[in-house]
Design a protein around this ligand. Structure first.
Ligand SMILES: Nc1nc2c(ncn2[C@@H]2O[C@H](COP(=O)(O)OP(=O)(O)OP(=O)(O)O)[C@@H](O)[C@H]2O)c(=O)[nH]1
Length: 345
């Protein structure tokens, strides 16, 4: 046995301590069990550490993670119960199956790349787990975090550890939604608006398409609050938000609460005429609001002033410049008597 192979000897054995001592620095204490009679001998040819196959199924069965071992052609050599349950079949039925077939197609090149790195000896043990997705036997798709370890030998083995990311992803999605949403109106919040404005701006610039922004400000809202109270004011803002949402073409653009009683819309692929048409709809839907279902008099109505700007031929250098122009147009609409629409042009 070469010195390097000897130094990689790992025992899961009841062997005397002196026998295991040669590699004590390499032992994982959690694997070392004096009462366990099974033994893995890493004494393969060519100086590689080769685990004897017979011990692997028993070893991985003890692990708390979902683990499977795959050979160089991708066939599952052994799989623990947790991984089998995760994939949705029995251990026996899964043995021999082609593991990469369980991976969602778009992740397969990345997986093969990791395997190739292992083969070339450049797969670092510090390699971070990789997010992928698998298709279970019943067709369900599950997000996973995959860690791949390469056991080199003449017939190399890959040890794959999977962690279920389903609940983690659901939690992330929930948090992301919360971080992007205005709690009062359920529209996008300003942070999300700013981010999306840049995204839409880039997208429209790339395709040389127009993009517009529209700012909507409730008229004399202080009076509404003063007369009917802030709770009624809140409900009024919710209803205005819903009316504004109705005016945004489905799947095209974004409506956000920009702050206080001010709303903003991004209208990608909208030129000036199209943006104005959306503003007219907003004005109409808001004017139709009735507040009797809030317990207020039927003759109460609200109105909005609006300003918009459209980028068509490179007149604005940044999305922020376009937004400022829409804001200036809004001020003009207020100055011109409110309940009207003003353009930056
Ligand atoms: N109820 C409620 N009121 C809000 C909220 N955010 C801002 N406001 C109110 O919106 C009002 C805005 O008042 P102003 O800035 O004077 O504007 P305005 O009365 O609408 O007048 P113009 O915009 O000039 O037509 C203030 O009374 C704020 O308290 C909110 O979340 N809920």
């Amino acid at each position: 046995m070469t010195r390097s192979a000897q130094s990689k000897r790992l025992y899961l054995t009841s062997a005397p301590v002196s026998e295991a001592n040669t590699s004590s620095t390499e032992l994982n204490p959690s694997l070392y069990n004096r009462n366990d009679v099974s033994r893995i001998d890493f004494s393969g040819a060519g100086g590689y550490a080769v685990p004897q196959l017979e011990a692997l199924p028993a070893l991985i069965e003890y692990l708390s993670e979902a683990v499977l071992v795959v050979n160089s052609s991708g066939s599952i050599v052994c799989i623990n119960n947790k991984a089998a349950q995760f994939l949705g079949h029995t251990q026996g039925a899964l043995r021999g199956h082609c593991w990469p077939d369980f991976l969602v197609k778009r992740y397969q090149p990345h997986y093969h790349n990791l395997v190739d790195m292992g083969r070339r000896g450049v797969l670092s043990q510090q390699q971070k787990p990789t997010e992928m997705a698998i298709i279970c036997v019943n067709g369900d798709i599950k997000d996973i975090e995959l860690t791949l370890s390469y056991l080199p030998s003449d017939d190399p083995l890959l040890v794959i550890v999977m962690r279920d990311l389903t609940s983690h992803k659901a939690e992330c999605y929930k948090l992301h939604t919360l971080a992007c949403t205005d709690p009062l109106t359920a529209l996008a919040n300003r942070r999300h608006f700013d981010q999306m404005l840049q995204n839409y701006w880039d997208e429209c610039n790339k395709t040389q398409s127009p993009v517009s922004v529209l700012i909507v400000d409730v008229d004399h809202f202080k009076q509404f609050n003063d007369q009917y109270g802030h709770i009624q004011g809140d409900e009024c803002l919710r209803r205005i938000a819903a009316a504004i949402s109705l005016a945004v073409p489905r799947g095209q653009g974004l409506a956000a609460r920009y702050g206080g009683e001010e709303f903003a819309l991004i209208l990608p692929y909208h030129d000036e005429a199209m943006a104005k048409a959306v503003a007219v709809k907003v004005q109409h839907y808001v004017s139709q609001l009735k507040f009797s279902e809030q317990g207020l008099s039927d003759d109460i109505s609200v109105a909005v002033s609006q300003g918009f700007a459209s980028e068509i031929n490179g007149q604005f250098r940044t999305p922020f410049a376009m937004l400022c122009a829409a804001d200036t147009a809004l001020y003009r609409a207020k100055a011109e008597g409110r309940n009207c629409i003003s353009s930056s042009c």
